[in-house]
Design a binder for this molecule. Structure first.
Ligand SMILES: [Zn+2]
Length: 327
């Protein structure tokens, strides 16, 4: 009998995208963000045309829910006295945002916060892995008729409180009616799934002819990963089972049957860099100055990442896929 909290795993020596052998890259990484049990190894695909990174051994699909027991989408955002940290963060965020508006990254941040749906005629949109519904509320404000899918009942309850229609269960098992949506969005979902082709193929089925899928996922080739290595927040073991780059995503989109495939990288988001700085320097400085330093560091780092991406277009912090179903 195994320990009930243990996340069981299975060896995964070969790349699930191209079949090439993996090169062991990180060893014995704990879950530093949400403290689930286990130590995890990551391997990188030996095929330079692919570049995927994955967990080897890989958590069993039926056990992975154990890695989400204290996940942040479960946080109750109301009630209780906020901590000193929370109050300082609240004061610093508007300053950070003001400075951010002065950078050339601002426009792209607005686009990504609307999942690039801001400039097209609103219709019916489904968000896969909608969490507490924050993104869908934003899209509803733009005129979209919104629905969400979520596997986690706690997040789904929070989203349902905001009057958003939620489909509870895995997307494939829900078997929603085909050709139902003008757009499907996925924000940081693909890296969590064991079979990305199956997920994207289901999205393709659910889209109306001419409909688009917009998906954002961390980029393993990012400037921040190269800078922070094992402290890079988006390694996130054991929740991120596969971490992609532009090259590894292309065959996934192709096998899923999309007619038009556009994949590029973007450097617009800060969350990963902020958390990476915290992971690198935690316990080295007192908490309160650390918060201010992390915000200042994030701002500086994002501008550097943006500049780096001008030189190397593949080095953005996230991969952005815009996939279209044939009309
Ligand atoms: Zn590969």
């Amino acid at each position: 009998m195994h320990n009930a909290n243990e996340i069981r795993s299975t060896p995964c020596p070969e790349c699930k995208i191209c079949g090439s052998p993996g090169i062991p890259t990180y060893k014995d990484l704990p879950d530093r963000l949400f403290s689930s049990p286990g130590l995890w190894n990551l391997s990188k695909c030996s095929n330079s045309e692919c570049g995927l990174m994955w967990l080897d051994p890989m958590p069993l699909e039926e056990d992975i829910y154990k890695a989400y027991r204290s996940y942040y989408t479960h946080g109750d955002k109301s009630g209780g006295t906020p901590s000193l940290e929370a109050r300082i963060t609240k004061a610093l965020v508007p300053i950070f945002q003001l400075f951010m508006r002065l950078t050339p990254i601002h426009r792209e941040r607005v686009d990504i916060e609307q999942m690039f749906l801001g400039n097209i005629v609103p219709g019916r949109v489904l968000e896969v892995g909608c969490g507490d519904g924050t993104m869908l509320s934003r899209l509803a404000d733009l005129g979209w008729s919104v629905e969400g899918q979520e596997v986690d009942p706690i997040s789904a309850t929070i989203a349902a409180k905001a009057n958003i229609t939620i489909h509870l269960g895995s997307l494939v098992s829900l078997n929603l009616p085909e050709a139902s949506y003008d757009a499907i969005v996925m924000n940081h979902v693909i890296e969590h799934v064991h079979d990305p082709v199956k997920l994207l193929a289901e999205c393709q089925r659910l889209l109306k002819p001419g409909g688009i899928l917009v998906a954002v996922t961390p980029n393993i080739r990012s400037f921040a990963h190269r800078a922070f290595h094992s402290n890079w927040r988006d390694l996130d073991p054991p929740r991120h089972v596969m971490i992609h780059c532009r090259n590894s995503l292309h065959p996934v989109a192709e096998k899923a049957g999309f007619a038009s495939i556009k994949i590029r990288t973007v450097s617009a988001k800060a969350s990963s860099i902020y958390r990476s700085l915290q992971l690198k320097y935690e316990n080295k400085y007192p908490k309160v100055p650390m918060i201010a330093l992390c915000y200042a560091g994030t701002l500086l780092f994002m501008v550097l990442a943006w500049l780096a991406q001008r030189k190397d277009p593949d080095s953005g912090e996230e991969c952005l896929m815009i996939l279209k179903k044939l009309v």
